[in-house]
Design a protein around this ligand. Sequence first.
Ligand code: ATP
Ligand code: MG
Length: 386
Amino acid sequence: MNDIDLNLIPDHVLNILKKLQKHHFEAYIVGGCIRDLILKRVPKDFDIATNAHPEEITSIFNNARVIGRRFKIVHIRHQREIVEVSTFRKKPSQISKLKNGVVQDNEFGSIEEDAERRDFTMNAIFFDPINVSFFDPFDGLSDIDNKKIKFIGNPSERIKEDPARLLRAIRFHAKLKFILPVTETEILNFSSLIETIPSSRIFDEIMKFFLTGHAQNSLLVLKKLNLIDLFFPHLEKHQFNKHSLLVLGMANTDKRVEEDKTVNPGFLMAVLLWDAFTESSFYKNNGLSLDAKISSFFNANKSSIFIHNRFVKYISDIWRLQPRFLKIRTKSVYRLSNHPRFRAAYDFLLLRCESKEENINVGNWWTYWQTSNESTRKKLLSDGIK
Ligand code: ATP
Ligand code: MG
């Protein structure tokens, strides 16, 4: 079980390790990529840990760049990929946090200390593919075998030190279907700590729940753990029916990730917030135009961490284009199909059709339209939606 297919490690990663070792440094791959390799998944990125200091790394590689002000790590570029190379560091002696809530651990240390500062045993496995050896001080390999997420050290201390670790545990539970390191009651007791995590970090973490191929299960897990209302209060009473736009939207996102297509956080938010919008008093107010309904909805929910200014325009566009799919007139059809958000709005329309909120013939009409030649298009326009 615990063997690693060396073919899954790209040559440029192996070359970095070889070069560091040739210069008499220790060098390992570590973290999520090892977990993925053991589980026979293709890692999305590779992290390297070494006892070489940043300046020593940059003096060996000419495609290396030091980044980070307080704790320096090195990025080594290979074509469009970046490999992160970090110097072993130790746990902070005193808990001090940066403004964004990240624990500050900026002192260099030994490999043992570097392992100890990590969150879970399965994330503290170091692998040297050159000599094919593991450094696995907390027996993370057995925990992976037993599908266990286990904290290094005392769970409640590690969660208090950095409450985002609780979210990470829940995310790995949703992603890998591994057993949680804390009980459901403990999670609820810790949920007030989650609220202390700065919103930008929660946002990033929650996006990883939904944009990395296991959105559908993430939603079910958050629901099961009674955490939905913490992040998405409007979904607290939602029935997660498998034909609902929400669940179909999550399945669709997972499919896109599997097919290596892009997934847009804005589109995800348009799906997650659609019910809240259509059930809101603004939507039901017939005196308002659709644009006004949408902007009132966003104004009223400004405080939500998920309503980022940078997505509001994107989400609003997707929503406000929906009724325009019903207007089959030459000018409006061409204008809509040339709209920069047409593709996203059309994908959203298909979800609405699939969930039976919109007539499937509307979706079909637009699907044919896009692949038809001019003469078929003329006929489609004169026939309209049947
Ligand atoms: P994925 O990339 O799939 O989200 P990952 O485990 O690689 O999972 P990263 O955020 O890339 O997660 O972090 C890399 C490694 O850094 C982790 O495997 C873990 O060892 C360590 N780490 C990350 N976040 C924390 C944290 N909050 N506390 C302690 N260690 C952490
Ligand atoms: Mg990672």
